[in-house]
Design a protein around this ligand. Structure first.
Ligand SMILES: Cc1cc2nc3c(=O)[nH]c(=O)nc-3n(C[C@H](O)[C@H](O)[C@H](O)COP(=O)(O)OP(=O)(O)OC[C@H]3O[C@@H](n4cnc5c(N)ncnc54)[C@H](O)[C@@H]3O)c2cc1C
Length: 100
């Protein structure tokens, strides 16, 4: 799928697919900006490299991780680091197969 990230400024995009590079907390290179889901190129520990996964369940998992990290920073007045990482999530997906 082609990513619609051309409107983004001041964040470097991945040259091959225009995705957004994030760290394991889902922070972009601008630490107060997070990305999750299809657009996020995240460090996937089992592969030892960054990747994207275009599936509904992973977008929801990452949305929760990003939200928790943003709220944690807010409650600690921006002083503490993010707390939840993508390291422990196991991506899985379901999909339509024939009529099922
Ligand atoms: C045809 C098709 C079939 C699929 N089937 C499956 C399946 O069976 N199982 C599965 O797990 N996954 C499936 N997927 C993948 C799944 O839909 C995506 O992985 C998931 O929707 C990603 O969620 P997201 O929130 O990252 O992005 P999206 O769901 O794409 O949400 C991004 C939102 O941002 C909005 N947006 C874009 N640009 C801007 C802008 N400039 N300003 C404001 N808003 C903007 C878009 O309109 C959109 O609403 C399928 C995808 C497609 C296209």
């Amino acid at each position: 799928m082609e990513l619609n990230t051309s409107f983004i400024e001041n964040i470097r995009l991945n040259e091959s697919d225009n995705s957004i590079e994030v760290n394991k907390y889902l922070q972009t290179e601008i630490n107060d900006i997070y990305a999750a889901g299809d657009v996020a190129n995240f460090p996937y520990a089992p592969m030892g490299e960054s990747t994207r996964i275009e599936h509904w369940r992973l977008a929801a998992q990452q949305g929760r991780i990003g939200a928790i990290n943003m709220l944690h920073k807010y409650h600690n007045k921006g002083k503490s680091r993010s707390v939840v990482t993508v390291d422990n999530i196991v991506p899985f997906f379901s999909s339509g197969l024939y009529d099922l």
